[in-house]
Structure formats: C-alpha cells, structure tokens
Design a protein around this ligand. Structure first.
Ligand code: MSP
Length: 513
C-alpha cells in the first residue's frame, strides 16, 4: 500500500466535564467529511474520536455532580458517543481514556520516554488553570477587570506547588524547529504555523508531566504517588487506538503517522509542540498534519455552560435536519476561521444553496427527463462546445475538491462544487430545454443528458457532506453502490441511455420556519 492510500484522521477527544455542544459537533463533522471523502476516493481510512476522562477538571465536575468519577465519565462519555451517531459520523473506533488498552499504552509511552533519558523528578511551583488543564508562566498571565491574574484564555489560575516529574521539553526546541522546517505543511493554516514557530523560537521550558495533589489519572509507572499530566495521557489516545504499545500491530503499521489531527485553535500548542516532542523523545514518528480550525460564537460570545448560550446540536438537527446542519457548518465559515452562528444564516443557506441552487437544479433536470423523455435517460446526439465545456467542468471537479480536502479545506471544496451548480443552472436557462421540446427534440435530449451527467457528478461528490441527501439523489438516478465511488466519475461511469428512472422527489425543501 502506498503512502497516499492510508489516511488516519482524528478528532480531539472530548472532555467529559460537560455535555456536547455545537463546537464539538463541528470538529466531528469536519473529520467525518474528510474521512468519507477519502474512502470514496479509494483510500484506506481510519477515523477516530472519543472522550478525555482523567484530570482535575473531570474530577471536580464529578464531585460537583456528587458522582464517582468513573460513573460520571460513563454517563457523559455516552452523550458524546450518542452525538457521533446523531451526526452520522463514520468513525471506526471510539476511545475512552479510562479503558485498559489506553492505560497500558500511556504507561508504555512514559517508559519509552524515561528510558531515553527525557524525564526527571523535580518539583513544580507555578500557575495552573484547571479549565485549560495547562501550566502558565508568570509572564503569560493577564489581569481581568477585577485585577486578578488569569490565563490568556480567560481561565482562572491557581498557585500550585508539588513534587512533579518533568519532561525535558527544552531539549526538543531544535528538533521541533527542524521538523517544522522540513515539513512546511505540518501545521495548517499558515497563520497557526507562524504562531507555533514563534512560540518555540521564544524558548521552551521543561514541562511538568505528573501531579500529586489529586488522584484521578493514570499512575506513573513505578511511582504511585504521581498521576500523569492529563495532556500526556490524552494525546496518547491517537496511538493507543492503533494498538500501541505494539508497534508491529497491523493498524499501527498501516496508519501511523496520522495524516491529520484536527483540533480547535485553543489546543494547538498541545498538539503541535508537546505531542511531537513526546513522540520524538519516545523514538516514534510525529504526525504529518495538525490542522487548527476556528471557533463558533453565539451573538459574538464564546459558547459556555456558565453563559447558558451553548447550542445543542441535537436541537439544531431536529429543527433543520442533519444534512443541512452538516453542510452549513462547513459552507458558511471558511474552515480555519472563527464564525458566529446565526439562525438567519442557516435558513438562508438552506433556502438559497440547497433548495434554490442545488435542489432545484436536480429537480428540474430529473423531472424534465421524467416528463419529456418518457422517464428514461435520453440518448445524446453530438455535443456542442457549450455541452463539452460544462461536462469538462464536471469531470474536473473531483480533482479540485481533492486538492482542497487534502489540505483540510472543505469550504474550498464546496465553493468549487457550487461553481459547477451555478454553471449548470445558467446552462439550463440558456439552453431552455422546455423550448427545445417544441423545436428540436434531439437537441433537447443532448442538453438533458449533459445536465443529468452533471447532476450525477454533483450527487456523487456531495456524499461526504450530506450522506443521506446524496443517497436519495443517487437512488433517483438508479446508480448502484459501485457507481457511487469517485472511481465512477468521468465518462467511464456515464449514465446509460435508456435506463428507466423513477419519478423524482425534491431532496432539499425550503425552510419555512
Ligand atoms: N480534551 C481536550 C482535547 C484532548 S485531545 C488529545 C479538549 N476537549 S474539549 O472538549 O474542551 O474540546 C474539544 C474540541 O472542541 C476542541 O478542538 C475545541 O477547540 C472544540 N471546541 C470547543 N468549543 C468550540 C467552539 N465554540 N467552536 C468550535 N470548536 C470548539 O480540549
């Protein structure tokens, strides 16, 4: 299997301190769209998601809910698992950091790093933000309105002093800079890469990787007084799920290094600095790509439990339907940037992009075939240069979308998709097949055949984004399973004239509220 063939994509594992909201759904859907795209493109795909269950933050949330930590984790983890189902995510595995396979894996990683001489015992005194599960240096802190010291993320910090093992991160400053240098696409988008570069160039301090002031974590091998720092524990999930510590495991050999770790911008440093450093220290390969996406806000404000403004993805699915929501999230805001969620924007996308543009194109083409070609795919005559230009754009679309998806740009892929939708709608208006029906039936058949071919391409290529709606469109064109992969695109898989088609139904209704 060539390197291009295997594709491992991961979501961050979600903290079980809180129920899922739209921000979590966003990361999962983005990864699902990538995974589905790559599968349809013939690649061997592994898609992982799961929950992050240790650490002080989860321990405190469990205590606040008057529940034992594990029972609390079982409950909230299930809510995230249910969300992946509700989102129609095609994940191959769902990992929980409280599982035995993970505990074994993290302890093995620790031992490898320690055996290589990169861990030493010391004591930590400094600031810690439980909400971020992060240590902060004095000069990183800012002041809030009340004059209190807080983390740059806005999280409260507390002074912490305790014995701790340290990871010698400072030894990895040069190796990391060399890694970023030799893999210019390792951190995307470029603006985020620059952030990471300047952070590492600013100098790396050794990192505290164990805690002694609470118990809810994985014990340090050989020193039960300490539990591991939750980020070392959590990041390791990406290799646990491939069978680590068995580096000869089939999954590990096929899928590591990961093609893409998808993360929100707030957790970039952990993935782009700490994680590759841990792996280098253990003598393992670093991931190929870390992509940091932006954040959804509501009315310009961060979504949070305390503000009471967190959008529940299940409510949005019930109101708008799953596929429109999946589509909206990736179409509305250029992937990588921040965006504000608005119901008006959601309805506009449904009514304009889906109902008017894509839905109407498919519906008018298939109904004309039904009414004017006796419900059979028409036999085309000679193609004109206009027909060929539109067909060429349809045939080229998979390549353009692939280039975008390869760099985690689903919004760019959708822009190219809607360029074709727009071109096809203009072609319908210019060719006016309803007039040709009266003046030139053979020409009408060529025009409708050309359009049906475009609709076939659109239905195949929209599958990763809106799997159920695409499947209905493909059913309406009587395309069998093997005619739905990207290998069937182009003239090789062209619709067979004479195929009988059912009466079409609209796939994207207008949202009337
Ligand atoms: N547990 C860590 C990740 C460990 S990965 C080894 C964590 N969990 S989280 O539940 O807080 O966040 C998970 C993901 O959701 C992050 O990528 C975060 O950026 C994303 N989002 C949380 N709120 C978000 C928005 N409002 N908008 C978009 N994404 C957001 O961090």
């Amino acid at each position: 299997m060539s390197e291009r063939d295997s594709y491992y994509v991961t979501t961050p594992i979600y903290y079980v301190n809180d129920v899922p909201h739209l921000g979590h759904a966003y990361t999962t859907v983005a990864c699902d769209v990538l995974a589905r795209f790559m599968r349809l493109d013939g690649r061997r795909v592994r898609f992982l998601t799961g929950t992050d269950e240790h650490g002080q933050k989860v321990e405190k949330s469990a205590a606040a809910a008057d529940t034992e930590p594990l029972a609390f984790c079982d409950q909230v983890s299930q809510a995230f698992r249910d969300l992946t189902v509700a989102l129609n995510a095609s994940n191959d595995d769902f990992i929980r950091t409280t599982e035995a396979r993970h505990i074994e894996s993290v302890q093995a990683l620790w031992k490898r790093i320690a055996d290589n001489g990169h861990i030493e015992l010391g004591s930590y005194s400094g600031w810690y933000a439980v909400r971020d599960e992060a240590f902060y240096a004095e000069d990183e802190l800012v002041e809030n309105e009340a004059g209190e010291k807080i983390a740059p993320s806005g999280a409260p910090v507390e002074w912490t002093e305790e014995p701790s093992y340290f990871f010698k991160l400072s030894d990895f400053e040069q190796p990391l800079l060399e890694l970023y240098e030799s893999h210019p696409d390792m951190i995307l988008p470029d603006s985020r890469r620059n952030e990471v570069l300047s952070f590492v160039r600013g100098g790396l301090r050794d990192l505290s990787i164990s805690r002694t002031s609470f118990r809810w974590g994985i014990p340090v091998p050989g020193d039960d007084e300490h539990v591991m720092y939750v980020w070392l524990d959590a990041l390791t999930n990406y290799i646990t799920a491939l069978g680590f510590p068995d580096t000869d495991a089939e999954l590990y050999k096929t899928f590591w290094p990961a093609h893409t770790h998808m993360v929100g911008k707030d957790i970039l440093r952990f993935h782009a600095v700490y994680w590759p450093a841990f792996l280098l220290a253990a003598g393992l390969e670093p991931p190929k790509r870390i992509f940091a996406h932006g954040w959804w806000t509501v009315d310009g404000q961060k979504m949070s439990k305390s503000l009471g403004n967190a959008l529940n993805p299940l409510d949005l699915i019930e109101r708008y339907g799953l596929d429109p929501l999946r589509f909206f999230m990736l179409r509305e805001i250029p992937f990588g940037r921040d965006g504000d969620f608005s119901h008006d924007a959601m309805v506009t996308r449904m009514n304009v992009d889906l109902a008017n543009d894509l839905g109407n194109l498919a519906q008018r083409v298939l109904s004309m075939v039904h009414k004017s070609c006796d419900a059979h795919v028409p036999e085309p005559g000679e193609f004109t240069s206009d027909d060929n230009a539109l067909l060429a754009q349809a045939h080229a679309l998979v390549g353009v979308m692939r280039d975008n998806m390869e760099r985690e740009n689903p919004t760019g892929a959708l822009t190219a998709f809607f360029d074709l939708v727009g071109a096809a709608n203009r072609y319908v208006d210019t060719m006016a097949p309803w007039t040709l029906k009266k003046t030139d039936v053979p020409r009408m058949k060529t025009v409708l055949y050309t359009l049906a071919e475009v609709v076939r391409h659109l239905a195949v290529l929209i599958q990763p984004f809106m799997p159920d709606s695409a499947s209905t469109m493909l059913d309406q064109m009587c395309l069998a399973d093997d005619a739905r992969s990207f290998a069937s695109l182009g003239s090789g898989g062209a619709l067979k004239p004479g195929t009988e088609l059912p009466k079409p139904q609209g796939v994207f209704p207008r949202f009337e509220g």
